[in-house]
Design a binder for this molecule. Structure first.
Ligand code: MG
Length: 193
Protein backbone atom coordinates (compact mmCIF):
# COMPACT_ATOMS: atom_id res chain seq x y z
CA UNK A 1 0.00 0.00 0.00
CA UNK A 2 1.42 3.41 -0.88
CA UNK A 3 1.74 5.87 2.00
CA UNK A 4 -1.30 8.07 2.25
CA UNK A 5 -0.59 11.73 1.61
CA UNK A 6 -1.33 14.15 4.45
CA UNK A 7 -4.65 15.92 4.04
CA UNK A 8 -5.14 19.64 3.48
CA UNK A 9 -8.67 20.95 3.71
CA UNK A 10 -9.97 24.07 2.04
CA UNK A 11 -13.17 25.86 2.72
CA UNK A 12 -15.00 26.70 -0.51
CA UNK A 13 -16.86 30.01 -0.32
CA UNK A 14 -14.64 33.09 -0.18
CA UNK A 15 -11.50 30.94 -0.05
CA UNK A 16 -11.53 29.14 -3.41
CA UNK A 17 -14.25 31.24 -5.02
CA UNK A 18 -14.93 34.93 -4.41
CA UNK A 19 -18.67 34.48 -3.90
CA UNK A 20 -19.35 37.45 -1.67
CA UNK A 21 -17.69 39.95 -4.01
CA UNK A 22 -19.53 38.27 -6.92
CA UNK A 23 -22.85 38.46 -5.08
CA UNK A 24 -22.41 42.16 -4.33
CA UNK A 25 -21.46 42.91 -7.97
CA UNK A 26 -24.47 40.96 -9.25
CA UNK A 27 -27.03 42.78 -7.10
CA UNK A 28 -25.53 46.18 -7.65
CA UNK A 29 -25.98 45.64 -11.39
CA UNK A 30 -29.41 44.00 -11.22
CA UNK A 31 -31.15 45.83 -8.40
CA UNK A 32 -28.99 48.67 -7.30
CA UNK A 33 -28.52 46.94 -3.93
CA UNK A 34 -25.29 48.17 -2.53
CA UNK A 35 -23.05 47.17 0.36
CA UNK A 36 -19.40 47.79 0.81
CA UNK A 37 -17.44 44.53 0.93
CA UNK A 38 -14.97 45.89 3.44
CA UNK A 39 -17.81 46.71 5.85
CA UNK A 40 -19.22 43.18 6.05
CA UNK A 41 -18.87 41.82 9.56
CA UNK A 42 -21.53 39.27 10.32
CA UNK A 43 -24.85 40.25 8.89
CA UNK A 44 -25.00 40.89 5.17
CA UNK A 45 -28.81 41.21 5.20
CA UNK A 46 -28.58 44.05 7.68
CA UNK A 47 -25.99 45.83 5.57
CA UNK A 48 -28.18 45.44 2.46
CA UNK A 49 -31.23 46.49 4.44
CA UNK A 50 -33.21 43.35 3.53
CA UNK A 51 -34.63 40.46 5.56
CA UNK A 52 -32.75 37.17 5.98
CA UNK A 53 -35.38 35.40 3.84
CA UNK A 54 -34.88 37.93 1.09
CA UNK A 55 -31.14 37.45 1.33
CA UNK A 56 -31.55 33.66 1.00
CA UNK A 57 -33.69 34.12 -2.10
CA UNK A 58 -31.08 36.44 -3.59
CA UNK A 59 -28.38 33.79 -3.01
CA UNK A 60 -30.65 31.23 -4.74
CA UNK A 61 -30.88 33.43 -7.82
CA UNK A 62 -27.20 34.30 -7.75
CA UNK A 63 -26.07 30.67 -7.52
CA UNK A 64 -28.24 29.83 -10.54
CA UNK A 65 -26.75 32.65 -12.59
CA UNK A 66 -24.06 32.56 -15.23
CA UNK A 67 -22.43 35.48 -13.39
CA UNK A 68 -21.74 33.16 -10.45
CA UNK A 69 -20.63 30.24 -12.59
CA UNK A 70 -18.22 32.45 -14.50
CA UNK A 71 -16.34 33.75 -11.47
CA UNK A 72 -12.75 32.75 -12.12
CA UNK A 73 -10.39 31.32 -9.53
CA UNK A 74 -7.26 33.39 -8.98
CA UNK A 75 -4.66 32.27 -11.50
CA UNK A 76 -1.94 32.18 -8.86
CA UNK A 77 -4.17 30.02 -6.64
CA UNK A 78 -4.29 27.40 -9.39
CA UNK A 79 -0.50 27.30 -9.54
CA UNK A 80 -0.36 26.88 -5.75
CA UNK A 81 -2.93 24.07 -5.77
CA UNK A 82 -0.94 22.41 -8.54
CA UNK A 83 2.15 22.38 -6.30
CA UNK A 84 0.30 21.37 -3.15
CA UNK A 85 -1.42 18.41 -4.71
CA UNK A 86 1.90 16.75 -5.40
CA UNK A 87 2.49 16.43 -1.65
CA UNK A 88 -0.97 16.53 -0.14
CA UNK A 89 -4.39 15.07 -0.56
CA UNK A 90 -6.51 18.19 -1.20
CA UNK A 91 -10.13 18.15 -0.02
CA UNK A 92 -12.86 20.78 -0.03
CA UNK A 93 -15.07 20.98 3.06
CA UNK A 94 -18.04 23.30 2.93
CA UNK A 95 -20.94 24.20 5.23
CA UNK A 96 -23.20 24.78 2.24
CA UNK A 97 -26.73 23.57 2.88
CA UNK A 98 -28.45 21.18 0.47
CA UNK A 99 -30.14 23.86 -1.61
CA UNK A 100 -26.74 25.31 -2.53
CA UNK A 101 -24.92 22.00 -3.03
CA UNK A 102 -25.30 21.56 -6.78
CA UNK A 103 -24.11 25.06 -7.57
CA UNK A 104 -20.91 24.42 -5.61
CA UNK A 105 -20.29 21.17 -7.50
CA UNK A 106 -20.98 22.84 -10.86
CA UNK A 107 -18.47 25.62 -10.16
CA UNK A 108 -15.80 23.16 -9.02
CA UNK A 109 -16.32 20.96 -12.09
CA UNK A 110 -15.98 23.98 -14.34
CA UNK A 111 -13.01 25.71 -12.71
CA UNK A 112 -11.09 23.24 -10.54
CA UNK A 113 -11.48 19.84 -12.17
CA UNK A 114 -9.06 17.25 -10.81
CA UNK A 115 -7.46 19.45 -8.14
CA UNK A 116 -9.37 17.95 -5.21
CA UNK A 117 -9.84 14.31 -4.31
CA UNK A 118 -13.19 15.00 -2.61
CA UNK A 119 -15.81 17.61 -1.90
CA UNK A 120 -17.29 17.12 1.56
CA UNK A 121 -20.43 18.78 2.92
CA UNK A 122 -20.53 19.17 6.68
CA UNK A 123 -24.29 18.42 6.68
CA UNK A 124 -23.47 14.86 5.61
CA UNK A 125 -21.64 14.16 8.88
CA UNK A 126 -23.52 12.80 11.92
CA UNK A 127 -25.50 15.33 13.91
CA UNK A 128 -23.47 16.88 16.68
CA UNK A 129 -20.25 16.16 14.75
CA UNK A 130 -20.73 18.65 11.96
CA UNK A 131 -18.38 21.39 13.12
CA UNK A 132 -15.34 21.75 10.91
CA UNK A 133 -13.11 21.16 13.92
CA UNK A 134 -14.81 17.82 14.65
CA UNK A 135 -14.70 16.78 10.99
CA UNK A 136 -11.02 17.74 10.60
CA UNK A 137 -10.18 15.84 13.79
CA UNK A 138 -12.01 12.78 12.45
CA UNK A 139 -10.03 12.96 9.20
CA UNK A 140 -6.74 13.75 10.99
CA UNK A 141 -6.01 16.65 8.66
CA UNK A 142 -2.76 18.58 8.48
CA UNK A 143 -4.39 21.98 8.07
CA UNK A 144 -7.67 23.75 7.37
CA UNK A 145 -7.88 27.05 5.46
CA UNK A 146 -11.09 28.93 6.23
CA UNK A 147 -12.58 32.41 6.50
CA UNK A 148 -15.47 31.83 8.94
CA UNK A 149 -14.69 32.66 12.58
CA UNK A 150 -16.91 29.83 13.88
CA UNK A 151 -15.06 27.26 11.74
CA UNK A 152 -11.68 28.63 12.70
CA UNK A 153 -12.52 28.60 16.40
CA UNK A 154 -13.91 25.07 16.22
CA UNK A 155 -10.53 23.95 14.82
CA UNK A 156 -8.73 25.74 17.64
CA UNK A 157 -11.00 23.88 20.09
CA UNK A 158 -10.07 20.55 18.47
CA UNK A 159 -6.35 21.37 18.24
CA UNK A 160 -6.43 21.35 14.45
CA UNK A 161 -3.92 23.66 12.76
CA UNK A 162 -5.86 26.35 10.93
CA UNK A 163 -5.03 29.31 8.73
CA UNK A 164 -7.34 32.29 8.49
CA UNK A 165 -8.12 33.37 4.95
CA UNK A 166 -8.31 37.12 5.47
CA UNK A 167 -11.78 38.66 4.97
CA UNK A 168 -13.38 41.71 6.61
CA UNK A 169 -15.63 39.47 8.76
CA UNK A 170 -12.74 37.67 10.43
CA UNK A 171 -10.50 40.58 11.31
CA UNK A 172 -11.70 40.66 14.90
CA UNK A 173 -10.11 37.28 15.56
CA UNK A 174 -7.12 38.34 17.57
CA UNK A 175 -5.82 34.93 18.41
CA UNK A 176 -2.36 33.94 17.43
CA UNK A 177 -3.43 32.17 14.25
CA UNK A 178 -1.62 32.51 10.91
CA UNK A 179 -3.46 34.69 8.41
CA UNK A 180 -3.09 34.69 4.63
CA UNK A 181 -4.39 37.08 1.99
CA UNK A 182 -3.93 34.73 -0.94
CA UNK A 183 -3.59 30.97 -1.33
CA UNK A 184 -0.10 31.50 -2.66
CA UNK A 185 1.02 32.35 0.88
CA UNK A 186 0.40 28.74 1.93
CA UNK A 187 3.47 27.81 -0.05
CA UNK A 188 5.55 29.65 2.50
CA UNK A 189 3.95 27.74 5.36
CA UNK A 190 4.93 24.44 3.74
CA UNK A 191 8.23 25.76 2.41
CA UNK A 192 7.34 24.97 -1.15
CA UNK A 193 8.96 28.14 -2.48
MG1 MG B 1 -16.05 30.44 3.54
Amino acid sequence: MPNKKPILIFDFDDVLVDVTRGFLRFYKQKQGLEAEYEKIETDLALLLNITEDEELRLWDRFFESEEYLSILPHSQALKTLEKLREKFDLIILTNRVDRFRQSAIKWIERHLPGYFSKVLFSVDFPEGKQSKGAICAELAVELLVDDEPKNILSCVDHNIPVVIYDCPWNRKLHRDIPRIKSLEEIEEIFLLK
